[in-house]
Write a protein that binds this ligand. Structure first.
Ligand SMILES: Nc1ncnc2c1ncn2[C@@H]1O[C@H](COP(=O)(O)OP(=O)(O)OP(=O)(O)O)[C@@H](O)[C@H]1O
Ligand SMILES: [Mg+2]
Length: 408
């Protein structure tokens, strides 16, 4: 199956088209990008501007495939999602008390009944732990015998108005939504290995307006969070302190920026405001500005990871991705600031092939690549469908949404 995904980022829009091949590689058939407009902090602030920007990226991808994209998977920021840990319990009703997919589906369905707050809808349910007749710590109870089946689950609810705004925006350019994934789950699917997700990893996507954190354990999403510090703030810091226009600040950051180097030599000249006004500044000063804010970012990331309560369980540590993770010295500074026993690495989308596979394997495309993977690999789409009216037989839905959730 070929499908498309759209990431409506604060810095850029990306549209990806691809399919998964036999070796679980993502064959990237098209990748269109355009500078973002009408998007602030992960939500659409101007429908017309955003639609026009998305259209540009979409047209580019459409040219590459020589066809039209009528629908796509999308993601929402975890700022616009609420998540809770929930519990479901059912009596096993099979004749021989053997637990099957249907019974697991019923337990998860129970866990999903969380009393969704006004304006939210459930978009993901991840089982964390199954309990059979009081025995806890079971990853997959299928085939076991028992009378009572319980499940601890992580339930993510998306803000409906946010999803509807994306929908409205895409309607204007004749694109339907195939499914909605929460951003950190998408980023994780793109950059983390199966083993990392199994043993425990935090994936941190540092973009323009947001840093999105997702924590994965036992192959599932267990925690999400968003922080307001990211690349856009680094740009603003340079613009404000050096009194240069934002575009110029961004150029300086991307061309000369590092977050670690000391005793850097040389100066750079930037265009300032006013007539013929140039600003000359030492490279070291730019580094000092960038370093201060990046250190603050790492402090917040660490705090969030601790707040999750899973910090001791992250055997595979932290994987950083997103455009801002490309700044030189990023990993080294993180290593200085994070506890020495926490493994850290930079991550970019893995296992991408095809004509645009190489381009898509850059950190800023983590979210769109993961959105497409999530969409193609089986996902909890029936839950999304259910909230928008249609359903289908329950056992089928249970089977559909279990497939991606179960570890095997
Ligand atoms: N080589 C680089 N050095 C420094 N910063 C970089 C580099 N490349 C990209 N960036 C920064 O990365 C940021 C954009 O990252 P990304 O494309 O992941 O954001 P986004 O997905 O559009 O935004 P968000 O996820 O916050 O909505 C910008 O601030 C950009 O300046
Ligand atoms: Mg992003």
């Amino acid at each position: 199956m070929i499908a498309a995904a759209i990431d409506i980022g604060s810095n850029k829009i990306s549209v990806l088209v691809g399919e998964i091949d036999a070796g679980d590689k993502l064959n990237v058939i098209a990748l269109g990008t355009a500078p973002s407009a009408g998007v602030k902090k992960g939500s659409i602030s101007d429908l017309d501007q955003a639609a026009a920007a998305i259209k540009k990226a979409l047209s580019q991808a459409e040219e590459q495939i020589n066809g039209q994209i009528g629908s796509a998977f999308v993601s929402i920021s975890s700022r616009h999602a609420k998540s809770i840990n929930s519990h479901g319990a059912v009596s096993v009703l099979t004749r021989d008390n053997k637990i099957d997919e249907y019974e697991i589906g019923r337990a998860l369905e129970e866990a999903r009944q969380v009393g969704t707050p006004e304006g939210y809808e459930v978009i993901h349910t991840t089982p964390q732990n199954f309990i059979v007749d009081g025995q806890s710590g079971i990853q997959n109870p299928e085939g076991m015998l028992g009378y009572r089946l319980e499940v601890d689950a992580y339930v993510v609810m998306g803000l409906k108005s946010n999803i509807m705004n994306i929908q409205r925006c895409l309607e204007r350019i004749n694109v339907e939504i195939d499914g909605t994934v929460v951003a950190p789950l998408a980023a994780g699917k793109a950059v983390a290995t199966k083993e990392e997700m199994e043993v425990g990893v935090a994936v941190v996507d540092v973009g323009e307006d947001s840093t999105e954190i997702g924590i994965f354990l036992n192959n599932g999403l267990w925690y999400t969070s968003a922080i307001d510090i990211a690349g856009g703030l680094l740009t603003s810091d340079i613009a404000t302190i050096l009194k240069v226009p934002r575009d110029e600040a961004k150029r300086l950051k991307e061309k000369y920026g590092t977050v670690l180097a000391q005793n850097q030599e040389g100066e750079v000249t930037a265009k300032g405001f006013g007539a013929n006004r140039n600003v000359t500044v030492s490279k070291q000063y730019i580094t000092d500005i960038l370093r201060a804010r990046t250190e603050e970012l790492f402090e917040y990331v660490l705090r969030e990871i601790k707040r999750s309560g899973y910090d001791e369980l992250l055997t595979a540590g932290v994987v950083f991705t997103g455009g801002t993770s490309k700044i030189p010295g990023f990993l080294e500074l993180a290593q200085k600031m994070f506890p020495a026993n926490l493994p850290i690495r930079l991550g970019a989308p893995i296992r991408t092939t095809g004509e645009h596979g190489r381009k898509a394997s850059s950190p800023e495309f983590a979210r769109v690549v993961g959105t497409l993977r999530w969409g193609l690999q089986g996902h909890d789409r029936p839950e999304v469908r259910e909230s928008s009216g249609s359903s289908g037989p329950f056992w089928k839905r249970a089977r559909d949404f279990l497939k991606p959730l179960l570890p095997y």
